[in-house]
Each structure stands twice: as structure tokens, then as C-alpha cells.
Design a protein around this ligand. Structure first.
Ligand SMILES: Cc1ncc(COP(=O)(O)O)c(C=O)c1O
Length: 470
């Protein structure tokens, strides 16, 4: 009998792919390097449940509490809570514990879908902040301080603001200033730091929101530190947060049988962070700095990583190669897996799990690709639709309304019944309850023709879309 998932995963593992994607342990390489192999080899033998001595994540008093307290000290938070259902459940918990039904939440439009899902579950009204976008790369750059202040001023009854910091692409902005402004209006600050658990490992990286005045910070430990997928943390700072209320919501959202393998993996990540993190990060940053210089001088490739330098966006558009093509060529011909691609380039997530040989392989591959795949024709531009669509219904009302399927080209001007989310990066262009525009439909149709994957929408062929019946 065939084992479908296991067989496939083993086949991919045996291909010995070079990982510039998550999880941060890079196919376990960092565990082997640092001597954790033996501990992990029989990890299944510590798969247990709440029995005498193992404590309880939902009411931690013993070993889990001690481990969380240690993490809090290392990450400089007042309280840290381990999560076994990713930052997704941390975001849902943070939002739903701070924003009661019918209240308002301010958020950046390019938020992760879990933020809008929190509005559906919690019957919360979103107030969006426009996001900046780099026209040359379609890289999302985060919010501008002026825009944030404007939306706060127009929505001063909001309970909280949630911001993605850093963005998926490692972009940051003056979060400290935003925290001060929001607090002056009595608005609580939640930060989706899913992509920033590693930030405090070097002064060359932007500061973590934990040290910039935010109240609740959610980190996907598994993305940029060596933890297993789904292992995340919530950090709490200061006096504004009702810690017990967060725990109460998490008891509703999270499994009543949290995996001890994931909890153990969080503790391992904390251990590695404390003992080896600074040195490994210094080595990583040195490698990336040198690589960047060589790329720019020898290969004439721009790599965009101005802020969090561990996130590298490479564009070969000057060589006529789209990001989708580069993604495919790297994986198929050079066994290099990137994190995501858009039309203009690919995003690489580098962590303390990447070693020298990964970067050498990357450099050799790119040199070769430019010679073999270079085209004379420049690639055409695709403009990312930045306009926030007009909202007719709140996400929750829209979610429960009666819907009907229409041809996608007939949906323009109608109220969407579903999401349109190019994935990755998983940012919703249209959410349920918003008007579908020509700009958005043209963007996804052109994108899909060039290799983009669109999720959220039930008809993956993009022929039909659900709209809300009048
Ligand atoms: C910005 C952002 N926030 C939150 C999440 C959710 O994180 P997790 O995968 O840990 O649930 C993601 C996942 O990709 C993300 O990109």
C-alpha cells in the first residue's frame, strides 16, 4: 500500500534541496550542526499528553510555565505564551481578546488573512491603512506614518491597531512613533511579527516590536528560527493587556491536546537562540553582505534587502526572466527552493540554518541561469492593485450572506462573496463584502497567465466567482 504524504516528503527530503524557505531550521541542518541530532532522533517518544508532570499549556504552572518564563526573559517580554497552531491562532487570539463584538480594529490592508478572519469570527469592523508598494518589484513596503496617523484620527473609537512588522519582504518603518501615537489615543498596539522572531539577534537588523512599545507581539518562531512548523509565540509587554483574557480566547481557539513535540521544538529554538544565536546571525549577515556585493558588481543583479537583510529579493527582470520562471528554474535545475515568487522576482528567506554552501550554490546557479536563460525581450509591467476596494458589508455579515456564482468577467462592480488572495504572499485583494474592480480582475488574470497562484477563491480556474445576491 502506498503512503501518499510520507512517500512524497521522503522523496523531497532525499532530493537534498537547498532551502531558502521556511521553516527556519532548514531541513534540520542547524540541529545537526549544533549537536541536537540525538535529542531529535526519537522525538516521537516524547509525544505525550497532559499527564502527571507534563503540565498543561492552557493552565501552565510547571514545566511549560518555566519554559515560557525563560523565553520571556530572553525575548525581553513581560509574558510569553507558546502556540502550537502558528501565528494564525496568535493573531486570532490577540485580536479577539482586545476587540469585543461590534468594535473597530485598525489594520494595514496587506495584513495576513488571519486578521480579516479574526474580524469574521469576532464580528469586528476593519478600518484599513493603505500600504506602500515598490513599483519596480511589487514588494510590499509597509505603511507610512502619516497614513497610520490619519486612519487613527478618523477612527479614534478603535480598540486596537494591528500592523505587519516587518513585512513578508523584511521591510520596516517607524513603529515606535506609531506606538506612541496610538497609545496617546488609548488604542492598543498588536504587532504581527510573524517574520521577525530573529530580529534581536543583531544590531544590523531592525529592532523587534517587543522593544519598540507594542503591547502584544506575535512571532512565527518556525519561520525564522529553528522550530517546527506551527510553533509560534505571543509576547506581551506593559500594563495595557488583559493576559487572562488572551488565555481564555486561546483555550477556545487552540487544540485541547497541544502537541508536546511542538512545545519541545519551541524550547529548542529558545535554547539555540540563547546559546548560539548571536554568533550564527553574525556569520549569516557577513555572508549575505559579501554575496550582495558580488551580485551587484559581477552579475549586475540588484538584490533588494534594505532593512532586514536576511530577506533577499532577487529580480532578473533586466535579463527578461520573470520571478515565476526564476522560481521554477531554481527548483527544477538547481534544487534551490525559494520562499515565494512574484512577477518580478523571488524572495529568499535566509536564517541561521543556512550555511556557506547554500550561498555558493545560489551564486553559481544565478551565474549559470543568466547565461542560459537570458532573453532579449524585457518583461512587461504588471501594476499591483493598491486601491482599497469599497466596502459594502463587514467581513462577518458578508460571510453569512446568500451568494451566487457568476462568470468572473461579469463580477465587476458586484459585491464579492469570497476572498481573492494571490498566494504567496497571502494578502487579500478583495475580501467578502467588498466591490470587485476591473483593476483587480485584470491583475489576477494577467498574473495567473504568468504563473501566479490565487487562493481564497473556490474556483481555482478563475472562471467563476461567488458574489453576494442583491
Ligand atoms: C505576515 C504573516 N502573518 C501571519 C502569518 C501566519 O503565520 P503562521 O504560519 O505561523 O500561522 C503569516 C504566514 O505566512 C504571515 O506571512
Amino acid at each position: 500500500m502506498k503512503n501518499y504524504i510520507i512517500d512524497k516528503l521522503e522523496q523531497i527530503r532525499d532530493e537534498e534541496i537547498i532551502s531558502f524557505h521556511v521553516p527556519g531550521h532548514k531541513i534540520g541542518k542547524v540541529f545537526d550542526l549544533l549537536g541536537y541530532k540525538e535529542k531529535l532522533e526519537k522525538i516521537y517518544t516524547i509525544d505525550t499528553t497532559e499527564i502527571d508532570g507534563t503540565d498543561n499549556l492552557h493552565n501552565a504552572k510547571e514545566v511549560i510555565k518555566e519554559s515560557q518564563d525563560r523565553a520571556a526573559k530572553i525575548f525581553n517580554s513581560d509574558k510569553t505564551i507558546y502556540l502550537v497552531n502558528g501565528s494564525t491562532c496568535g493573531i486570532l487570539g490577540a485580536v479577539m481578546s482586545t476587540c469585543p463584538p461590534n468594535s473597530k480594529l485598525i489594520m494595514n490592508r496587506d495584513c495576513h488573512q488571519s486578521v480579516i478572519n479574526a474580524c469574521i469570527l469576532g464580528d469586528i469592523t476593519p478600518a484599513y491603512i493603505e500600504t506602500k508598494i515598490c513599483k519596480e518589484t511589487n514588494v510590499l513596503k509597509g505603511v507610512s506614518i502619516d497614513q497610520v496617523k490619519k486612519v487613527i484620527d478618523n477612527n479614534s473609537d478603535a480598540k486596537a491597531i494591528i500592523l505587519t512588522y516587518p513585512t513578508y519582504y523584511g521591510m520596516t518603518y517607524d513603529l515606535e512613533e506609531i506606538c506612541k501615537y496610538a497609545h496617546s489615543k488609548d488604542i492598543l498596539v498588536i504587532v504581527d511579527e510573524a517574520h521577525g522572531a530573529h530580529l534581536e539577534l543583531s544590531e544590523k537588523l531592525p529592532k523587534s516590536a517587543i522593544n519598540l512599545g507594542a503591547d502584544i507581539i506575535i512571532q512565527s518562531t518556525h519561520k525564522t528560527l529553528p522550530a517546527f512548523t506551527q510553533s509560534s509565540m505571543i509576547h506581551i509587554k506593559g500594563h495595557r493587556v488583559d493576559y487572562k483574557q488572551i488565555l481564555s480566547i486561546l483555550r477556545i481557539l487552540e487544540s485541547s491536546s497541544p502537541s508536546y513535540m511542538l512545545l519541545a521544538s519551541l524550547e529548542l529554538a529558545v535554547d539555540i537562540y540563547e546559546k548560539y544565536g548571536l554568533n550564527l546571525m553574525e556569520e549569516l549577515i557577513n555572508r549575505i553582505e559579501q554575496l550582495k556585493l558580488r551580485f551587484e558588481s559581477n552579475l549586475k543583479i540588484n538584490i533588494y534587502n534594505d532593512m532586514d537583510i536576511t530577506k533577499i529579493f532577487i529580480s532578473l527582470k533586466n535579463y527578461g526572466i520573470t520571478g515565476y520562471e526564476l522560481d521554477e528554474i531554481l527548483r527544477e535545475k538547481y534544487k534551490i527552493q525559494v520562499e515565494l515568487s512574484n512577477f518580478y522576482g523571488v524572495l529568499l528567506i535566509c536564517t541561521i540554518g543556512n550555511d556557506n554552501s547554500d550561498f555558493t550554490s545560489l551564486e553559481t546557479a544565478l551565474e549559470d541561469i543568466i547565461i542560459k536563460y537570458k532573453k532579449d525581450k524585457l518583461i512587461e509591467n504588471i501594476d499591483y492593485p493598491v486601491q482599497i476596494p469599497e466596502k459594502v458589508f463587514n467581513p462577518r455579515d458578508a460571510f453569512y450572506k446568500k451568494k451566487k456564482l457568476v462568470k468572473i468577467n461579469d463580477s465587476i462592480g458586484k459585491v464579492s462573496g469570497e476572498y481573492i488572495i494571490p498566494y504567496p504572499p497571502g494578502i487579500s485583494l478583495v475580501s467578502p463584502g467588498e466591490i470587485i474592480t476591473q483593476e483587480i480582475i485584470s491583475y489576477i488574470q494577467l498574473g495567473v497567465k504568468n504563473g501566479m497562484i490565487v487562493s481564497g477563491i473556490k474556483d481555482s480556474n478563475l472562471e467563476f466567482i461567488e458574489i453576494i445576491e442583491e
